[in-house]
Design a protein around this ligand. Structure first.
Ligand code: CU
Length: 357
């Protein structure tokens, strides 16, 4: 959202906050959704989410993907549904899987369905998540790992996991299958891009702020003012991306697939979430841009990212064309780059889906 973006030098923010209290001064969004979902004094909600695992038919069942079946936002106390977000997601399975965006303090009840049909009974899938709190019974791993039981499901079954975004869980986190993957004991997360079963959980700061480099200065920005979140998983040979566009406090999710053309509108705040997958280290660049090393005021313009490492930064979109890329020679030569174009529309163009040229 471009209207009335406000940023605050950190010293000024602290000064204002100390005088009149952080919550009421800096919130610019007025949609009804934002009032319960994104207010600095966020009231925690219960997300009732159902994901399904489906085969991507293009490759004859060799690839799998998570699909959003339902996302209800419920009142924590009454259980009543406040909002049904289901239609904001892609209707079909995507790689990466649906991006789950919640706030610190929220609770998630995640039900997984297994719709794999081509492998008989032999296709246990699960969701194992990082970063958020959960009981050992919601680990999504096999008994050999968790010592409790196999926490996946065979075709036709469902399983429900319980997550709590307690204090200290703010961040961008991977979720992924831990039972179908190439490693039969489910212990090694590397190589999961071969199955396609991975996705992203974003836990936003309960106060609603993050930091960004604005006109060369570190600033605190309102998460409501971020126009889009771009999520790219960096495998050994491609960027697998999707995005969540902020539509007045509600996110519209779009699958961008492999090495897409990412677009934004001039001056928009764009938050990138990069997650490593596979076995190689990559060195990420976004040509012409600098950003803040997370948690610091240090300005950087490239970042090494290893398997299951996460790197998040926010930039101001600057008119013109630039390129996101992995500058490791062998990766770049194999096509690990794409355009980041800032124009008047800001509508990203998906890359190839699995099985396409
Ligand atoms: Cu993991």
């Amino acid at each position: 959202m471009k209207q009335s973006r406000q940023t605050y030098p950190i010293f000024l923010t602290l000064l204002i906050a100390s005088i009149i209290g952080l919550g009421n001064t800096m919130h610019s969004s007025n949609s009804a959704f934002a009032q319960y979902y994104k207010q600095p004094h966020h009231i925690p909600v219960l997300h009732k989410i159902t994901l399904a695992v489906e085969e991507i038919p293009l490759l004859g069942g060799n690839l799998y993907a998570y699909k959003m079946v339902q996302h209800l936002v419920n009142d924590m106390d009454t259980g009543n549904t406040i909002k049904d977000l289901t239609n904001n997601y892609e209707p079909g399975p995507t790689i990466p899987g649906p991006t789950l965006i919640i706030d610190e303090g929220d609770v998630v009840s995640l039900t997984l369905e297994n719709n794999i049909q081509s492998r008989g009974e032999n296709a246990m899938v699960s969701v194992h998540v990082h970063g958020i709190h959960y009981p050992i019974t919601s680990d999504g791993t096999l008994q050999v790992t968790n010592n409790v039981g196999d926490q996946g499901i065979n075709p036709g079954d469902t399983i429900t996991y319980s997550w709590t975004a307690g204090p200290g869980t703010v961040g961008t986190w991977p979720y992924h299958d831990h039972t179908l993957g190439l490693n039969t004991i489910g212990k090694d997360p590397n190589g999961l891009e071969m199955s396609g079963l991975f996705g992203t959980l974003i836990i936003n700061d309960g106060d609603g702020y993050t930091n960004a480099l604005i006109n060369g200065e570190p600033e605190i920005v309102n998460i409501d003012d971020i126009s889009k979140d771009v999520i790219c998983w960096i495998s050994d040979d491609a960027f697998w991306c999707n995005e969540a566009v902020n539509n007045y406090g509600e996110y519209n999710h779009k699958a961008l697939w492999e090495n897409p053309t990412i677009k934004a509108v001039n001056n928009d705040l764009v938050r990138f979430h990069l997650l490593g997958i596979g076995t190689d280290f990559t060195v990420f660049q976004l040509s012409g841009y600098e950003w803040l090393k997370p948690g610091t005021d240090q300005i950087i313009n490239e970042k090494e990212i290893g398997p299951l490492a996460v790197h998040v930064f926010t930039v101001v979109a600057d008119e013109g064309d630039s390129q996101y890329r992995d500058i490791i020679q062998s990766h770049f030569k194999s096509g690990m780059f794409g355009d980041f174009i800032v124009d008047g529309m800001g509508v990203s163009i998906p890359g190839d889906q699995p099985g396409e040229a």
